[in-house]
Design a protein around this ligand. Structure first.
Ligand SMILES: C[S@@+](CC[C@H](N)C(=O)[O-])C[C@H]1O[C@@H](n2cnc3c(N)ncnc32)[C@H](O)[C@@H]1O
Length: 217
């Protein structure tokens, strides 16, 4: 039986789930493995950690995180996505005793307060409108333990001409005003407003994807 998607105003990718693993490396110009390695490094993972990947898609990063964990010490990687088809694919290809995938909306996470040691999210926030960005960040804050890390890698104000062309073209070709919000640079302010420390700018890839890292005080 196929998994139902969860209703959200976010732009879910049910229709792309079947080809996502093929297309996504192209969006990252073949540097997906290196980028995920850097993100995993930023999370400072211990084998007993519980780590949440928001908007996980087919779970490539979640699985990479799970490889650092040990179920026997309580370690678990949980990927959530509002798309049933994405989660179906993730479970089939990457589910295990340390790698769990659930259909859920980022703006209403089905987890108790302070459950996770870290929260990560890649290429997800440009899929949701400003109010949902706020709600998803406040949910990330709620489910994180104090001292826990939040790492976000997403579209942000372009830093070069290539990044600017790519970002603005995506915004208009995909009719996605949510991307316009990221281009305007809303993410750091929203992260701080949700209660996190001022986010550190870690790096920018291809002039259009910026990595932010912060902590729940
Ligand atoms: C571009 S994909 C990113 C997938 C993966 N994180 C990656 O980096 O390849 C964005 C994902 O966000 C999901 N999504 C959109 N709105 C959502 C929401 N409100 N809650 C959870 N997931 C959502 C989509 O279904 C899609 O799988």
């Amino acid at each position: 039986m196929s998994l139902e998607s969860i209703p959200t105003r976010g732009r879910t990718l049910d229709y792309a789930a079947g080809v996502y693993d093929f297309c996504e490396p192209m969006l990252l110009f073949g540097r997906e493995k290196a980028i995920n390695k850097r993100l995993v490094g930023l999370l400072e993972i211990e084998t007993s950690h519980r780590i949440l990947d928001i908007g996980c898609g087919t779970g490539v990063l979640s699985k990479r995180i799970a490889d650092e964990l040990d179920a026997e010490t309580g370690g678990i990687s949980v990927g959530i996505d509002a798309s049933g088809k994405m989660i179906e694919g993730a479970r089939k290809k990457r589910g295990s005793d340390v790698s769990r995938f659930e259909v859920a909306a980022a703006e209403k996470l089905p987890f108790e307060n302070e459950y996770f040691d870290s929260v990560v999210s890649t290429l997800f926030f440009h899929h949701i409108h400003l109010d949902l960005k706020e709600r998803a960040l406040s949910e990330a804050f709620r489910v994180l333990k104090p001292g826990g890390k939040l790492v976000i890698s997403d579209m942000h104000t372009p830093t070069n001409l290539f990044g600017a062309i790519l970002s603005h073209a995506s915004r208009w070709i995909l009719f996605q005003p949510q991307i316009g919000e990221n281009i305007r640079g809303v993410m750091p302010g929203l992260i701080k407003a949700a209660g996190f420390l001022s986010p550190e700018y870690v790096t920018t890839y291809f002039g259009y994807i910026t990595v932010f890292s912060t902590i729940k005080p």
